[in-house]
Design a protein around this ligand. Structure first.
Ligand SMILES: Nc1ncnc2c1ncn2[C@@H]1O[C@H](COP(=O)(O)OP(=O)(O)OP(=O)(O)O)[C@@H](O)[C@H]1O
Length: 465
């Protein structure tokens, strides 16, 4: 559809996007001097009475519910060709789908969004409406004086609770849709939206949309360290049998609130950094002289560190890492192009005591980066991957081989020119014997525990996807 100049008194600025039944435009209300979003029924549906009614019904529900957690409808009108349009709050910060496309959200942000989405759905339930299509792209974000606010949108599939029983057509989006919604003629109630809230929660904390029901892999498998109460709540919301779910959005939301208020949340949950396209490689800058300010533990006195297994969001790459390092992580892959290697987005993870400090060569941080190279890349040697050493001096070079992997390892011991002692930087390029996959790793230790590197290298596994 060509860009019209106006819809009624609203000046059209640009197209925001199109869905199955409508196009949404950014407009300006010159009288009130405010931006607005204008949703116009698509031409090809203009003569379908059912769609036409549903479109107007969406505007009516949003207007009547009139909530700060829902998109507000301010006006409705009809174009000269009889197509209806309605005018709503403009959500200037995109949708939750854009946010989660960058990777799993930090826990505080995920819980805040879930609370607000839950509030929006609760308003609908109290209004006597089932949304039936709760998903990240239908949750919009708007700037507010205190940051941003969530606006639940797109009630194109919404149904009144009274009419929903025995409703015949199936509606919803796979992955977010409850099993009863895919049964033609199945009756649904508010617990269908509770299922979708569980699916959205699953995606916010893992970065992955849950599979079709029954969901068997709990989110904590993809995000170790998730508070057990949140893991249980999400899995109960995703129960195939709706009797096992929280009874409504209000209950789901109050449980999220309790988890959010839990005093040991900070301790129980590692802080996560979302995917950063330009992952910064330690030592990639010219600042090759690394100064570790911290005093390291003496090698002999250091107790052995317990290890735990973490895996990247694709599930292919499994690594055993000292548990104390698993304070923060980014598991959503990386781009080998950062190291001048071919490939797009590949499985990878960064686990560290402090992710923000990781790129800083002077910070006291322990952690590990592991990233697979693109399948088609040839066996790399570390010369090609490390152009500038992370520490002064030449590394110790050795080859590595175990039942699964073979390759080379470079290690800078005593990576500290100021003589503070301790601190090891290890780089490894390993090729999988059976699968031909190549793995690049950097291990950064703020202390001297030589056996840790051997244990980490021995614990790397690939699983078939
Ligand atoms: N109030 C709004 N403010 C800003 N953008 C909006 C607003 N409402 C919808 N949009 C955007 O307009 C686009 C079309 O929205 P619409 O609700 O018609 O369809 P959809 O949700 O993308 O798809 P479908 O309806 O098929 O599920 C989407 O990109 C949506 O994010």
């Amino acid at each position: 559809m060509a860009q019209p100049e106006r819809f009624g008194r609203y000046r059209v600025l640009r197209r925001l996007g199109s869905g199955s039944f409508a196009t949404v435009w950014l407009g300006h209300d010159d009288l009130l001097d405010t931006p607005v979003a204008i949703k116009v029924l698509a031409e090809n549906w203009a003569h379908n009475l059912d769609i036409h009614q549903r479109f107007v019904e969406e505007a009516r529900i949003l207007r009547q519910a009139d909530s700060e957690w829902l998109v507000r409808v301010h006006d409705i009108g009809t174009l000269p060709d009889e197509r209806p349009y309605f005018v709503m709050t403009y959500a200037d910060r995109g949708s939750v789908a854009d946010r989660v496309a960058e990777g799993p959200l930090p826990m505080d942000e995920a819980l805040r969004l879930l609370t607000e989405i839950g509030q929006g759905v609760t308003v609908l339930h109290r209004h006597g409406t089932i949304h039936r299509d709760i998903k990240p792209s239908n949750v919009l974000l708007q700037s507010s004086p205190v940051g941003e606010r969530v606006l639940v949108a797109d009630l194109g599939f919404a149904k009144s609770i009274d009419e929903a029983s025995g409703f015949t057509a199936s509606a919803g989006t796979p992955g977010y849709m409850s099993p009863e919604q895919s049964v033609v003629g199945g009756d649904i109630d508010v617990r269908a939206d509770v299922y979708s809230l569980g699916a959205v929660a699953y995606e916010l904390v893992t970065g992955k949309r849950p599979p079709r029901p029954p969901v068997r892999v709990p989110p904590s498998k993809l995000r170790p360290g998730l508070p057990p109460a949140l893991d249980e709540l999400i899995m109960s919301a995703l129960s195939p049998n709706r009797n096992d779910r929280p009874p409504d959005a209000a209950t789901f939301t109050s449980r999220i609130r309790e988890i959010r208020m839990s005093p040991d949340l900070e301790l129980a949950v590692p802080w996560w950094q979302r995917h950063r396209t330009a992952w910064m490689r330690l030592g990639a800058s010219a600042a090759a002289a690394v100064v570790m300010l911290a005093t390291a533990l003496a090698a002999t006195a250091a107790p052995r560190l317990p290890l735990m297994e973490v895996y990247d969001s694709s599930g292919e790459l499994h690594v055993r890492v000292p548990t104390p390092w698993v304070r923060q992580m980014q598991i959503n892959g990386w781009s080998p192009r950062e190291l001048g290697m071919p490939g797009g987005h590949e499985p990878g993870m960064l686990v560290a005591t402090d992710l923000a400090a990781w790129p800083d060569p002077e910070a006291k941080v322990s952690g590990l980066f592991a990233g697979l190279l693109a399948t088609e890349s040839d066996s790399p040697d570390l010369d090609r991957l490390i152009s500038v050493g992370p520490c002064e001096g030449e590394p110790q070079r050795r080859s590595f081989a175990n039942a699964d992997w073979e390759g080379e390892v470079w290690q800078w011991l005593d990576c500290f020119p100021d003589g503070s002692g301790g601190g090891v930087f290890t780089a490894a390029a390993l090729q999988h014997r059976d699968r031909g996959r190549t793995l690049y790793m950097e291990i950064r230790q703020a202390d001297q525990q030589p056996q840790t590197v051997a244990e980490i290298l021995d614990g790397v596994r690939l699983t078939a996807l």
